[in-house]
Structure formats: C-alpha cells, structure tokens
Design a binder for this molecule. Structure first.
Ligand SMILES: Nc1ncnc2c1ncn2[C@@H]1O[C@H](COP(=O)(O)OP(=O)(O)OP(=O)(O)O)[C@@H](O)[C@H]1O
Ligand SMILES: [Mg+2]
Length: 496
C-alpha cells in the first residue's frame, strides 16, 4: 500500500462526484473518479486501488454489474456501496456478493471517512493474514523437501542408521540397518527395540542413554556381533527442543558399521607378525648363544678387537630379541593371553632385582636409581607382567634422561591398589604428545627421542597389561624437567 491510500469513487452524479472527491483529497486520500462501472473497470486495470466507493444506479454499467465483474478479478479490494432512495434491497444483495459495507445517501462525511478507514484496515489485515499463510505454506514445503532429502540420504547410506523414541521403539531405520541386523526387507514402525536387536550390550547402552537424560553425552562406541558379522556401533542421544527451548533426550540414534573385513585383516596381520617373530626368535637365540660362547673365550681365546666385535654383535642381537619379544607380547595381549598366571607376587622384590640389573647401565648415563617402598603387600598377578611394567618404565626413565640425574621408583599400597611410580629428570614429554605415547609404535618426533633406539612398543604393552588387570596408568611431565609415570593395580583377592 502506498503512503496515500487510493480511492476509486464511481458515481454518475457529476456534482456529487466532484464535491466528494475534493473533500476526500483534502483528507489526504488519492482519489480517482469514474462516472460508471465501465469506466471504473478500465481505471482499475491501470491503477492500484485500495477502496472502491460505488454508486448503484448508473448508465452504461450499474454498480451491481460492476461488482459482479470486478470481484473475481480483484477479490481483495473492499467495496463500499453508496445507496440512494429505493436501492436498499440491491445494496443488501451486493453485500451478500462480497461488498464490504453500504452507506445511504445523503452521505455523512465523517461516517464515510470512518468506513473508508475501517475498509483500509480490513484490507491491511487480510493482506497480512495472506502473507502469513503463504509463508507458512512455503515453510512447510521447504521442511518437507528437507525431510525428503534427508530420508533419501539416510536410505542411501552404506552404514546402518537406527533411531529410537522415548519408549525405546525404533521409529526410523534404513535399508543398510536391516541387512546388517539380518532382518526381513520391511518391518513395521514403530517396532520395540527388543524385537530387532539381539545384542544385550548395545540394548543396555541405548537404555542408559535414554535414562541418563544428559544432553551432553559423548558418543558411545562398541563392537557387537550379529551372526558372522562384527559391527561397530556408535550411539548418541537424540535431542529435541522442549517448550522452554531447552534440549531434552527424546530417544537415541545409532550408526552401525560392518567392520568384519577390518577385523579379519587385523587378525591376519597379528598372526603374520606373530609367526615371523617366532620364526626369527629361535635362530637368533642360537646365534646369541654361539656369540656368547665366542665372547667368553670358550671356543678359544680371542684377540681384544675380535672380542669387542663379538660383544657389539651380541648387543645388536639383544636389541633384536627385545623387539621380537615386544612384538610377541603385543600379539599375546591382543589375544588376551598375556596375563595367564595369577599368583601371589612380591612387587618389592621384583623392583629391587630390576633396579640392581639396570643400575650399571644407569650409572653409565650418570643416573642414580632410588627405590623406596611403603607397607607393601603381595599382589595377585603374573610376576612376568609386573616385571614387564617396571622394566619398561625404568628403561624409559634411563633412556630419556641423557643429562643424568635421579630416577626414583617407589611402590606402596594405597587403599585397594598397589601404586608403582617411576619419576625421572629427563627430557620430558610435550603436552600434546602425552595422549599418543601409549599407542603402538608411537615415538615422540624429536631429535632427543631419536637418539635413543626404540620401537615405540614398550608403553603400549605396559598399558595393555595394566588394563588387563583393570588398573590405570597416568603421566605427569614437563619438557626438559622430567616425567613421572604412576601405575595403579588392584590388589586382586586370592580367590579371584
Ligand atoms: N620417561 C620418558 N621421558 C620422556 N619421554 C618418554 C618417556 N617414556 C616414554 N617417552 C616417550 O614415549 C615414547 C613411547 O615410549 P615406549 O616405551 O612405548 O617406546 P620406546 O621407548 O620408543 O621404544 P621401546 O618399544 O623400545 O620401549 C618414546 O618414544 C618417548 O618419545
Ligand atoms: Mg620404551
């Protein structure tokens, strides 16, 4: 609507037309005059009109006929009928045909203006309502298009997708899910989760996510078996806004991925590494023994240079054997076979022996080893595992302390746990590396680490063992100041 509302005044009485037109113009309306319906129709096609004031009895085309023709074409322009004597019936008839109101002649100007303003207001409100409706329809269309697109994407995914509601019923799924869970082509919706999911661990996870009602829950990863398949499931809460525009948990979303092939490959790799390591170890052990015989002079005396070479060879063989043993340990850990023996184990004694064994090498590095213990109790464990833990931490502490210093190792019982701590004053570990050093084959990429021979397996083995005992390991470190590893192992009860 323009700043000035436009009024089309249709009346055959020239004097009335002119006078009323002038008065209305003075009241800030734009006024267009027509002497009959025909002329008015012509003007309507050229001007944007907000209200029509319409006389009924006119030559050429009267008001009634004009209304009949214009209403379907301009349904939104309000029409006010101006009735003379004897045309009241027609005016009422016009109202039923869509006219907005009628005013009897002679016209009261104030009343006319009031009626025009009301008609303008009605037009404005109707226009707003129309716009709102159009917007709603547009939004609904967009929403539907978006929904359809999302459905298509979900259906095309190679991973299975499953959405449950608050009652743990599956309300949305895709074709891949049916295949992964070995389900028929179509299942009814919603279907209780218990009817399509056989894995109790995943079922419990989804129940917990729903029960917790915590909207910030991290995704939960787990592996499940369905027939011959191994699937990786990632589950998160499904959120919806509540009336107060907070988010609430309205169900769960799970994405399932078939990792059977990866698992097989991983197993093949482990088997291969295991086989190679085994095959290498036996001849190496023989070579080691023969070299020892040579070095000890049991096969005849050696010259100094010869003995030096043989001993250097032995050191290299030992390093190779260490690597092979580590690889075999990793394979055993992965197969769950590293923690078989469970006997009463004296941790203090094991540490003392290892400290005595490492002390000469530490001394070569200018390092002094200190061992302290406090109210120790025997722990139920495989002594080899404890040895492995301490040996790795201790040799790391020595290896990564090129400038010498002290290495402290302590053992004590804290509550239901055995605490073993190894602290050094060495090169330290940058904060961003801390989370990675327990990964297999990971070594910090800096020259100081590279100066030490190693494969990056030690800590992954330590972590594997500690976790097999349901214990924990953590690290505190600052670069160039030192590192401290702390292991907590539960003092498992004798009967377990
Ligand atoms: N006490 C320590 N001080 C500084 N860095 C350390 C320490 N212990 C471990 N690291 C870092 O963590 C990495 C991983 O240690 P890990 O014992 O697993 O492997 P490695 O010592 O390199 O080789 P190996 O398998 O022979 O033990 C090391 O390469 C080193 O960068
Ligand atoms: Mg190491």
């Amino acid at each position: 609507m323009s700043a000035k509302p436009a009024i089309l005044l249709v009346d055959d009485e020239a004097r009335f037309r002119e006078t009323s037109g002038r008065l209305l113009k003075r009241l800030s309306y734009e006024v267009i005059l027509a002497e009959n319906g025909q002329a008015a129709l012509e003007l309507l096609s050229r001007h944007s009109i907000d209200v029509i004031l319409l006389d009924l009895k006119m030559p050429v085309m009267g008001g009634e006929e004009f209304l009949k023709i214009m209403r379907p074409v301009y349904p939104h322009i309000p029409v006010v009928i101006l009735t003379g004597h004897g045309s009241l019936d027609v005016a009422v008839e016009c109202m039923t045909r869509g006219a907005y109101y009628f005013i009897s002649k002679p016209i009261d100007l104030d009343f006319l203006v009031l009626t025009i303003e009301k008609a303008l207001e009605k037009k404005k409100l109707e226009e707003q309502a129309r716009q709102l409706q159009e917007e709603t329809v547009r939004n609904l269309l967009e929403l539907n298009t978006e929904k359809k697109r999302l459905e298509t994407i979900i259906q095309c995914l190679a991973n299975g997708v499953m959405v449950t509601n608050k009652e743990l019923e599956v309300t949305l799924y895709n074709r891949a899910l049916l295949q992964l869970l070995d389900l028929p082509e179509k299942i009814q919706k919603p279907v209780p989760l218990s009817e399509i999911l056989t894995d109790s661990a995943l079922f419990e996870t989804l129940e917990r996510i729903q029960r917790d009602e915590n909207t910030d829950q991290d995704p939960i990863f787990q592996e499940i078996r369905v027939g011959d398949k191994i699937l990786r499931a990632i589950s998160v809460p499904n959120l919806e806004p509540d009336r107060h525009v907070f988010w609430t948990v309205s169900g769960t979303v799970t994405v399932l991925e078939d990792i059977t092939a990866f698992k097989k490959l991983d197993q093949m790799k482990s088997d291969f590494v295991n086989m190679v390591a085994h095959e290498l170890r036996s001849p190496l052990v023989s070579i080691r023994q023969l070299q020892s015989v040579l070095a000890e002079g049991l096969a005849g005396p050696l010259q100094e240079k010869q003995e030096d070479f043989v001993r250097r060879g032995i050191r290299k063989i030992d390093a190779l054997l260490d690597l092979i043993n580590d690889l075999l340990d990793v394979a055993k850990l992965e197969a769950g076979r590293l923690t078989r023996r469970q006997v009463s184990t004296d941790v203090g004694k094991i540490i003392e022996e290892l400290v005595a064994l490492t002390a000469p090498r530490a001394k070569d590095h200018g390092i002094t080893l200190h061992f302290s213990s406090e109210n120790l109790k025997p722990i139920i464990a495989d002594p080899k595992n404890i040895e492995e833990i301490v040996n790795n931490l201790l040799s790391n502490a020595v290896n990564y302390s090129p400038q010498g210093g002290d290495v402290k190792i302590s053992a004590r019982v804290v509550g239901d746990f055995m605490e073993i701590k190894v602290s050094d004053q060495g090169i330290g570990i940058p904060p961003q590396e801390i989370s990675k050093i327990f990964e297999k084959f990971y070594r910090v990429k800096d020259p100081k680490t590279r100066a030490v021979a190693g494969t990056g397996l030690g800590l992954s083995i330590v972590k594997g063992i500690v976790e097999a005992y349901h214990g924990s390991i953590d690290v505190e470190s600052s670069v160039n100041a030192g590192t401290s590893f702390r292991v907590l192992l539960p003092l498992v009860k004798e009967e377990v």
